[in-house]
Design a protein around this ligand. Structure first.
Ligand code: ADP
Length: 570
């Protein structure tokens, strides 16, 4: 703060930094420039760690994932106009995944808006489809209320993205420190309300009765349950009742994939034949086939647990419990404890799932046992799986993206701890890899971060390897390099004609690109591998070094299917 006429004076940047720090923000992701550079430095001087990126897109993905991993809103800072537009990638990702995030953008001077000012954009209108709340501070006095409201709203109810707009003239206005102090104190009223479960006990009883009388019950949980930190309650529920469970991709790890009641390897049977499904913190959207036939039985009774009333109203389940997953499950567990039931290993449904899962695992292991060189997707994936499981606890956070790389990885890689998987998610977003890696390293400094991604996914944000090196994050990025999106040039001769027929295929990149040399340009460690021995040695060295590294794994350009497992949508 500067002193003026014996009064301590703060400008808008300082007041924003003060309000953020007072709310409890201690990390920020972003790209500085006009008019927000001073906001970043002011925040740093108040103890906020600022992670500076190359591109707002990656910084935004980082902020969104940070919100998921920590349960507190991830904060993205961008410049005006184009910076805000780039940041929309992260904001939309937070909305689609229901993760708490706040994007803060500077904007042009209010008096010059509408006459072609530098980076002029109606940013409030631009963020509308991608945020649950947005507000512009029109004068310095509005700053604390705006900051507290956005941060509180991002994390309350169904989490999501909120937006804060600070015009450059507001950033330069000044206020006395005592006025600033009283405004910040008054803004405390916006702090998030305590999570309340309003589930009536009759509904808890009904849920338990449905599970108790089901012939083929199933528990499905998703990243909403992960966000709610419901792992202990899920563990108790599964132990007590012996009901098989199925995690969604980012629900994986809440209970270990290796658990004997895990139905992941018998997914089709589990969802196709269950008669009662308790779905906790997971939407019946495309990822769960909308809860409809032919994947699900038409008679399945859904019990949905979700923090969002509208979600329940949308899906019209047999029974909907609106509330926080952890608190609702606590109540369900208590109700069961009073009158226990357990299916037991010899129950025909449990046995059917367990046999099917064992069969599928045996088949998969047989596939994985074949060492294929030049690499297909399975051979390096198995080597990575074994190297990761050799690390024990704390397990690394796994970041995964790419079509084939993510699909194969989801089946092969094992998740044993909660919130240790980040992938393309509900939005099906590619390009999230490096941002997620950085978020994971910032959120969980005790864990190694391992990204397993396709060359196309990596390329979206590959420059952020410099960010990895600059902050010395313990991140190992493994690039499955098959020379393009889905692979190299696979066009048949009859598909290639016209004046640009000699151009590379729209799917293809430079074959055998030297992605590992990219990180070397900044002083990080790069590995080029093409054989099992080379991969094993690169993994063992980079995992123990816990320093930024890129392992460029050359894959057969003909391995991998177009659109991975989503071919029906292509
Ligand atoms: P997945 O992709 O793992 O299937 P989704 O993102 O589709 O998961 O669904 C997550 C759901 O969890 C959302 O509908 C969201 O409203 C809900 N949710 C978020 N936080 C909580 C919470 N604390 N308790 C219960 N449900 C929650």
């Amino acid at each position: 703060p500067t002193t003026h006429n014996s009064q301590t004076i703060l400008d808008g940047n300082q007041l924003i930094a003060k309000a953020l720090a007072r709310f409890g923000v201690d990390r920020m992701f972003g790209v500085v420039g006009i008019p927000v550079t001073s906001l970043a430095t002011r925040a740093v001087s108040l103890g906020v760690r600022f992670i500076a990126f190359h591109n707002e897109q990656s910084a935004g993905y980082a902020a969104s994932a940070y919100g998921f991993l920590t349960g507190r809103p991830g904060v993205l800072l961008t410049v005006s106009g184009p910076g805000c537009v780039h940041g929309l990638a992260g904001l939309s990702n937070a909305m689609a995944n229901a993760w708490p995030m706040v994007m803060i953008s500077g904007s042009c001077d209010q008096k010059d808006f509408g006459r072609g000012d530098f980076q002029e954009l109606d940013q409030i209108a631009a963020v509308k489809p991608f945020s649950k709340f947005s507000v512009k501070a029109k004068s310095i006095k509005e700053i604390p209320d705006c900051v507290f409201q956005a941060l509180a709203k991002a994390g309350s109810g169904r989490p999501g993205g909120c937006y804060l707009d600070f015009p450059s003239d507001v950033l330069h206005q000044t206020i006395s420190e005592s006025d600033a102090e009283s405004l910040v104190a008054a803004a405390e009223r916006f702090r998030e309300l305590e999570k309340v479960v309003n589930v009536p006990s009759s509904q808890i009883e009904e849920a338990v009765s449905l599970l108790r009388h089901a012939e083929r019950p199933l528990i499905v949980f998703g990243k909403g349950a992960a966000f709610a930190r419901a792992e202990d309650e899920l563990g108790k529920l599964v132990e007590r009742t012996g009901i098989p469970f199925l995690p969604t991709p980012m629900g994986k790890g809440l209970l270990p994939d290796t658990h004997e009641l895990a139905a992941t390897a018998a997914r089709s049977l589990a969802i196709g034949k269950c008669d009662v499904a308790l779905v906790v913190g997971a939407r019946l959207n495309w990822l769960l086939h909308f809860g409809e036939p032919p994947k699900w039985s038409k008679d399945v009774k859904f019990i949905l647990v979700d923090i969002d009333k509208e979600e329940i109203e949308l899906r019209k389940p047999h029974l909907g419990l609106v509330g926080d997953a952890k608190l609702v499950l606590e109540k369900i567990n208590k109700e069961i404890k009073d009158d226990p039931f357990c299916l037991g290993k010899s129950h025909s449904w449990v046995e059917a799932i367990s046999n099917k899962a064992k069969d599928n695992v045996v088949k998969m292991e047989a596939q994985l046992a074949k060492e294929v060189v030049p690499f297909n997707f399975l051979t390096p994936m198995k080597i990575i799986r074994d190297a990761i499981s050799g690390l024990g606890s704390p397990a690394p956070i796994l970041v995964s993206e790419g079509a084939n790389t993510m699909d194969v990885g989801r089946g092969v890689l094992v998740q044993t701890e909660p919130r240790t998987r980040l992938d393309a998610g509900t939005w099906g977003t590619m390009g999230v890899g490096l941002g997620y890696c950085i978020a994971a390293a910032v959120a969980s400094p005790d864990r190694l971060v391992v990204a397993v991604e396709g060359d196309s996914g990596f390329g979206f944000s590959a420059m952020e390897v410099e960010t990895l090196v600059r902050y010395q994050f313990p991140v190992v990025v493994i690039v499955f390099n098959n020379g393009g999106v889905y692979g190299g040039d696979r066009r048949s001769p009859d598909e290639i004609s016209g004046p640009y027929k000699d151009d590379p295929a729209p799917t293809s990149f430079v074959p055998s690109a030297g992605y590992h040399t990219l990180i070397e340009a900044f002083g990080g460690k790069g590995y080029l591998v093409g054989t099992p021995e080379e991969l094993k040695s690169a993994l063992s060295e980079s995992f123990s070094a816990r320093k930024p590294a890129v392992i460029n794994v050359i894959i057969d350009p003909y391995a991998g299917a177009e659109s991975g497992r989503l071919q029906h949508k292509n």
